[in-house]
Design a protein around this ligand. Structure first.
Ligand code: ZN
Length: 372
């Protein structure tokens, strides 16, 4: 079975909800038809000529990118200009284009998290450098026949519900009596047609991030023995995990700047890397941000970081960092975002396979970041 464009959009919304994008950013479906079926997806950093050409050459009907296809409001599609020619060619090829930009930057498992994972620095804590919001939480209440509560709890936990800090499987359960009368045409798990049943049940309640809603509900419906499952979902006023731009890693053990530069070279393989040391000898906290992190220099310093790894540092960023005695490592805008792009391919491949879709996900090869 082929996935539809809208199925893939739902997966992307779970990873990086468009509601957390910075204001004015162009995210989501940039071009195409949500109902279109797709056999192949290409994942790329930029929706440029290379990516559109590669999507066409491998037969991909959908292109997923980090940077948006439409940065500016369009007033014309003039094919005598490169931008117009690109848009026209994507439309002619029937390509569906979807972008997750600042929403993927700000997501808890977003671009900077993937950069940190790729660098592999042992850290005891990670905090957001610039908080832009918080995760929305839901409460789920479900009624299960007594004896099935552990099975349901395990299924909910595996799908991402019941997580409080480092504690998993967090639920509350209370015994009670459920009633139902099976109607004509039903196939009840217990009881008989036309007879009122009174059953020992457990009220099981737990919490989940709104982004996990469809995954958790699907897991619940699959694990629950009843033909019709009774459950409630409530929106909570509680705030979940902080979300936002960049991360500050508190390292388990201090390191030297030279070691960190070496780690960047080995794990990110940048075509070029620039750095500016500070007067500090050892590094105990590493701030990082995939893409352009110049605006986070003050936050990084305020949170106690000794170095900021990112891309696109300008002369005035350097002056600001020097005044704050913060070292800078510029590994490149594209290189520091690329781990996030690589993850999109793994993520979509896994989600599609789990739901039994025969849609292939490919990673762009026509890039010049030094990655292979
Ligand atoms: Zn970027």
């Amino acid at each position: 079975m082929q996935a539809k464009v809208k199925t893939v959009i739902n997966y992307m919304e779970e990873l990086a909800p468009s509601s957390i994008a910075l204001s004015g950013d162009s995210v989501g479906l940039q071009l195409g038809n949500p109902e279109a079926g797709i056999k192949k997806i290409l994942v790329a950093l930029d929706p440029d000529q290379n990516a559109v050409k590669e999507a066409d050459s491998i037969g991909a009907e959908m292109l997923i990118t980090h940077h948006p296809f439409f940065y500016n409001k369009l007033s014309s599609i003039d094919e005598s200009y490169p931008e117009g020619a690109l848009i026209a060619s994507a439309i002619r090829k029937g390509l569906n284009i979807f972008s997750a930009h600042t929403n993927y930057d700000a997501a808890p498992r977003g671009v900077s998290y993937r950069l940190a994972k790729t660098l592999g620095l042992p850290a005891r804590e990670a905090t957001v450098l610039e908080v832009t919001g918080s995760e929305q939480l839901l409460k789920l209440v479900v009624f299960v026949p007594a004896g099935y509560e552990d099975k349901i709890r395990d299924a909910l936990a595996a799908a991402g519900a019941g997580q409080l800090g480092d504690y998993s499987h967090c639920t509350f359960q209370l015994p009670g009596t459920g009633t139902f009368m099976p109607g004509k045409g039903t196939d009840p798990f217990m009881g008989s047609h036309g007879q009122l049943e009174k059953v020992d049940e457990m009220r099981l309640e737990t919490i989940l991030p709104a982004t996990r809603r469809s995954r958790v509900i699907n897991a619940l419906l699959e694990a629950h023995p009843y033909e019709e499952v009774a459950y409630d979902l409530y929106q909570l006023a509680l705030e979940g995990r902080e979300i936002g731009l960049g991360l500050n890693l508190k390292l388990k053990d201090p390191i030297f700047l030279e070691q960190l530069i070496d780690t960047c070279h080995r794990s990110l393989k940048p075509v070029s890397l620039r750095y500016w040391p500070s007067k500090k000898h050892q590094i105990r906290q590493v701030a990082l941000c995939g893409g352009s992190g110049g605006s986070l220099i003050e936050n990084a310093s305020r949170q106690g970081a000794e170095v900021l790894i990112s891309g696109d540092f300008r002369y005035h960023d350097l002056k600001k960092a020097q005044a704050l005695d913060l070292a800078l490592i510029d590994a490149g805008h594209d290189v520091t975002e690329w781990p996030g792009v690589v993850y999109l391919q793994h993520y979509l491949e896994e989600r599609l396979a789990t739901d039994n879709y025969e849609t292939e996900v490919c990673l762009q090869t026509s890039v010049s970041t030094g990655w292979s």
